[in-house]
Design a protein around this ligand. Structure first.
Ligand SMILES: *Cc1c(COP(=O)(O)O)cnc(C)c1O
Length: 434
């Protein structure tokens, strides 16, 4: 059971809020670093191991640069994400491109960057071949294939996903056929990838997935006679959003994958396969928080806390009913003897950050620390109701704070409209002046 203490104190957050108005996202550099080191240590037994951080989770260069110090590359899913990492100076072996329903031009961009391309469908082979022609390059030496074994994906403590119902990946016969086609086109090495469950809280997810992918890898080598050089376990290792949940233990997870590797790959003469991961949530989720201030209390049929953030800042509760733990800053040790619905200002009744949440008695002006929003939080933000996305801040190891993404201004909202010249003539609010 985790205790869910905020990584910054009430007085630190108040002094930050004096400089950067709420709401804002804040990330904990020390926490990101310690976790990245644990991952590296857990897979140190595999010389080719590499984490490709899932950019979509938290597409902020300052945060990705921290992970790069621990050997991480990136996993991109779109051309814009490729442009982002290109602008950061990344290329080649540092980029995995795991897209689906991929527009043709995006393969060209990935090829030009020398990314490892992970195909989601057998029909992407001719698409990749013609992208190579257009880009004037050969097919890459290594091409990876995304596997979908179908059925339900079950392990130790239950069913975690239903690959059969998922739009992703190739069937087992298609994996073999695709490997044949790629071999015949001159591709030398095949990668095998799968993402079969999301936010798993079990140290068995990766080891069970690894067994499935290792067996697939052995079949491809034996039956197709092409080298499998890479097994990509992708993302899906979860974090404990609720205080009563048990955290995953990445050391045990790495050890479980090692045992599967020794049992399946080594006896098949495949002891040189590199393991890749594409973790997003696990790398960043616990080390980011949305900090928002209570601006209204409202008592009708429920007790409401109206905050200055909304679903445009954090969509997960609205989208999946996701739980994010909330700490009322300065009241950390008071009894949680009040029940509140924590809501934003969107004209949508589903704009809630928490329902029926037990908290200490809250007053207008209190700061709320919304935990575990470091992944799939800010990046899912949107602009409904003309709401603007907040700033992102980095709480650095030395205690100082760095602005790593400014808050959006109305000018950003107007940037894609042809009324921008009219907007430019309007008087500007204080927050918009340069
Ligand atoms: C979303 C995604 C990830 C990251 O998933 P997490 O649950 O954040 O670890 C990795 N790979 C692919 C292909 C994805 O779509």
């Amino acid at each position: 059971m985790s205790t869910k203490r905020p990584f910054a104190s009430a007085s630190v957050l108040e002094s930050i809020a004096a400089q950067y108005p709420t709401p804002f996202y804040i990330y904990d550099e020390a926490g990101i670093r310690a976790n990245a080191q644990r991952l590296v240590d857990a897979f140190a037994w595999n010389p080719g191991f590499k984490e490709y951080f899932a950019v979509k989770a938290t597409p902020n260069p300052a945060l990705i640069d921290i992970l790069r110090e621990y050997g991480a590359g990136v996993d991109c899913s779109s051309e814009t994400e490729l442009l982002l990492v290109e602008a950061m100076g990344m290329s080649g072996d540092d980029i995995m491109f795991s897209s689906n329903d991929t527009p043709a031009g995006e393969f060209e961009h990935a090829l030009r960057l020398g990314a490892t391309i992970n195909l989601d469908d057998i029909t992407h082979i001719p698409a990749l071949a013609s992208a190579c022609e257009r880009a004037g390059v050969d097919l890459p030496d290594t091409v990876s294939l995304r596997f979908n074994p179908g059925g339900d994906f079950a392990f130790a403590n239950g069913i975690f996903g239903s690959p059969e119902g998922a739009k992703f990946g190739l069937t087992e016969p298609q994996m073999l056929e695709a490997a044949r086609q790629l071999r015949d086109l001159g591709v030398e090495h095949i990668g095998v990838h799968a993402l079969l469950a999301s936010n798993t809280l079990s140290n068995d997810y990766y080891p069970t997935l690894a067994r499935t992918l290792f067996a697939m890898a052995v079949r491809i080598e034996r039956e197709v006679g092409v080298d499998v050089s890479l097994v990509n376990l992708s993302g899906g290792v979860g974090i404990s959003y609720k205080p009563e949940d048990e955290d995953n233990d990445i050391t045990l997870i790495g050890e479980g994958v090692r045992q599967a590797y020794e049992e399946i790959l080594v006896p098949a003469g495949m002891g040189d396969v590199a393991i890749a991961t594409e973790l997003g949530r696990f790398m960043m989720g616990p080390y980011g928080a949305l900090v928002t201030r209570v601006i209204h209390t409202k008592d009708t049929y429920h007790h409401y806390l109206g905050v200055d953030a909304c679903a445009a800042n954090l969509m997960r509760p609205m989208l999946y009913g996701a739980y994010h733990h909330i700490t009322v800053m300065g009241k950390e040790d008071r009894p949680c003897d009040h029940l509140y619905d924590v809501v934003g200002m969107l004209c949508e009744n589903s704009d809630r950050l928490a329902d029926d949440r037990a908290l200490p008695e809250v007053q207008v002006g209190d700061l709320l620390f919304i935990h575990d929003t470091g992944a799939h939080g800010h990046s899912m933000g949107y602009n409904y109701n003309g709401r603007l996305r907040s700033a992102e801040l980095l709480l650095q190891e030395d205690g100082s704070v760095r602005l790593i993404r400014r808050a959006e201004t109305p000018a950003d909202y107007f940037a894609t409209l042809d009324v921008l010249p009219v907007y430019d003539r309007l008087p500007k609010r204080k927050s918009e002046r340069p």
